[in-house]
Design a protein around this ligand. Structure first.
Ligand code: KIV
Length: 272
């Protein structure tokens, strides 16, 4: 395995995992979470889901470059081993390859991340090629594209109809040919995810896609059970919502009954 000076996994390390050991990817938006996850995953994704998960936005459309830079910096500070990929937010790359280049350079220079991810409809292939030619590692994102939620009228699974299948397959091929080093496949029928995984030469990372993708990603807060609603494809590995509620309720009761703080939790005058 090749490493950079701070011994992070590199883009070539990830690319080399096509049909190798499964890639593990989780989202992170803060330094403490990055620190916890860093030894356990291959890729930390600073996803634009941060807008919904941490900022209470209804979709990812309201996420800005400033937000991605701030959270990207925090995740870089909290990690030293995983490859860190930062999402390009809606509106920061679609206008032209030059606009995308300016946004990606800002993200990379201000966070120090190794790669960016963008939602890659077919029309974005030229932009991916433009960025890759200029030394920017790009992860694609095909299938359900959350930034296009207003076109679709909601977060809808893709590839269940023949014409849609062809379109998603084309998007994946176009991203690969343009030089993407890996791609997220989100919310597509399993056999389509399998066909893409067979047909592209770079690793596919599934979310609501197929167990046969080259890796899997989940939104960390979803798998930790921090929300009362989770999509069908999320497996909950913890129920932190309940844990946090219970802890806060106990704290409130202790404060109200005078049981917090007790002698061990307060400072007393010291003799000099
Ligand atoms: O923004 C994000 O967290 C993502 C994952 C859902 C893959 O793109």
């Amino acid at each position: 395995m090749s490493t950079t000076t701070d011994s992070r996994l590199t883009v070539p390390d990830i690319r080399a995992r096509k049909r190798g050991a499964k890639l593990v990817c989780l989202t992170a938006y803060t330094a403490p979470m990055a620190k916890l996850l860093d030894p356990l995953v291959d890729i930390l994704l600073v996803g634009d889901t941060v807008g919904m998960v941490l900022h209470g936005l209804p979709t990812t459309v309201g996420v800005t470059l400033d937000m991605m830079v701030l959270h990207g910096q925090a995740v870089m500070r909290g990690s030293s081993r995983a490859l860190v990929v930062v999402d390009m937010p809606f509106g920061s790359y679609e206008r032209s390859p030059r606009q995308a280049h300016k946004s990606a350079v800002r993200i990379m220079q201000e966070t120090g991340c190794q790669a960016i991810k963008l939602e890659s409809g077919k029309g974005i292939a030229d932009t991916i090629a433009f960025l890759v030619d200029r030394g920017i590692a790009v992860m694609g994102h095909v299938g359900l594209r959350p930034q296009a939620v207003n076109i679709d009228g909601g977060f809808k699974a893709k590839g269940r109809f023949e014409d849609e299948r062809e379109r998603v397959l084309e998007e994946a091929r176009a991203a690969e040919q343009a030089g993407a080093f890996a791609m997220v496949i989100e919310g597509v029928a399993r056999d389509l995810a399998d066909e893409i995984t067979r047909k592209v030469s770079v690793p596919t990372i599934g979310i609501g896609a197929s167990p046969d993708c080259d890796g899997q990603v989940l939104v960390t807060d979803d798998m930790l059970g921090l929300f009362d609603w989770t999509p069908k494809f999320v497996r909950r590995y913890a129920n932190l919502r309940e844990t946090i509620s219970r802890a806060a309720a106990t704290f409130a009761a202790d404060v109200r009954s005078g049981h917090f703080p007790d002698a061990a939790e307060i400072y007393t005058l010291k003799a000099k």
